[in-house]
Write a protein that binds this ligand. Structure first.
Ligand code: NAP
Length: 289
């Protein structure tokens, strides 16, 4: 039976690893803050002491980590994945990072004798819990095919996009648009309310027309209630905008709305909103806290 590993049990990783355990797979887990492994262990997962141990004992190790620094540290750091992987075992990094970080991780894994796939996901906490993520895969095709039965438990669609870097690019394009949409939406909602309109009525009118989409519906309700339970941490959206803008720099491509959105998300971080849901960027725009 294929042995799976999972590194990083934050909002997304915990839900994704749970779906592998629920499917009856043999799963070893590791998290930097070890007590976050407890719910998975209760479900039947095995807790490992280091990324190295997971990579050395599992056929395929998945990772879902915060950002490029975290993704790199878990592979190259002391007792990291690089020290344990080998013999063609697989490493699948599902974190959202830039293509350069992904390429550096791929090099480290291949030098150690492993195979590498990048597989960032589209979809947030609820799709992660429901196993309905969109998994964007690129890199080693044999590993992609081998990982498909696990992807099927975590997601509803797992397109293969080609060489390493292509999935990172796709993911950054998606989130760049999402960040820009969110700031435009918040600006409209805030301006409408300040001009005397009712928030719910604004939302209802948006939802009846061409502006309707699930993100505006869900996040709009959150904003009107003034409660921001975290599905997608605001600091990660700002990271994705930063990485998308850096990608635009490479092609001298103007990204005016993404750059403006990035500034607004940076302001929100300054206001201490990093760990709230990214919809809390509303507070940085509206000015009332
Ligand atoms: P999260 O809840 O903040 O979890 C981050 C994870 O990274 C935790 O396990 C954390 O460990 C670990 N970590 C952070 N720095 C580390 C380091 N230096 N060394 C080792 N581990 C480290 O984030 P999340 O929402 O699950 O997101 C994870 C990734 O998925 C991010 O790249 C994000 O952009 C992407 N993503 C998120 C969503 C979403 O809706 N939430 C959707 C799509 C993609 P500790 O527990 O020890 O802090």
């Amino acid at each position: 039976m294929t042995k799976y590993g999972f590194l990083g049990l934050g909002i997304m990783g915990r839900a994704m690893a749970s779906n592998l355990v629920k499917a009856g797979f043999e799963v070893s887990v590791w998290n930097r803050t070890p007590n976050k492994c407890a719910p998975l262990v209760e479900m039947g997962a095995r807790q490992a002491g280091s990324p190295r141990e997971v990579a050395a004992t599992c056929d395929i190790t998945f990772a879902m980590l915060a950002d490029p620094a975290a993704a790199t540290a878990v592979v190259l750091g002391p007792d990291g994945v690089q020290a344990g992987i080998g013999d063609g075992r697989g490493y699948v990094d599902m974190s959202t990072v830039d293509a350069e970080t992904s390429a550096a991780i791929e090099t480290a894994i291949r030098q150690a004798g492993g195979r590498f796939l990048e597989a960032p996901v589209s979809g947030t906490k609820k799709p992660a819990e429901d196993g309905t993520l969109i998994i964007l895969a690129a890199g080693d095709q044999s590993l992609y095919e081998q990982a498909l039965s696990a992807f099927d438990k975590m997601g509803k669609l797992s397109p293969y996009l080609g060489e390493t870097g292509q999935a990172a690019h796709m993911k950054l394009v998606v989130n760049m648009i999402m960040g820009g949409m969110m700031t435009a939406f918040c600006e409209g909602l805030s301006l409408g309310q300040k001009s005397g309109l009712d928030g719910q009525q604004i939302l209802d009118i948006f939802m009846a027309g061409a502006l309707a989409n699930p993100m505006f519906a869900g996040k709009g309700a959150m904003i009107l209630q003034g409660k921001y339970p975290t599905s997608f941490p605001l600091q990660h959206m700002q990271k994705d905008l930063r990485l998308a803008i850096a990608l635009g720099d490479k092609f001298a491509q103007p990204l005016s709305s993404a750059a403006a959105a990035n500034e607004t998300f940076k302001r929100a971080r300054q206001l201490g909103l990093s760990d709230e849901d990214f919809a809390a960027v509303f507070k940085a725009i509206d000015g009332k806290r």
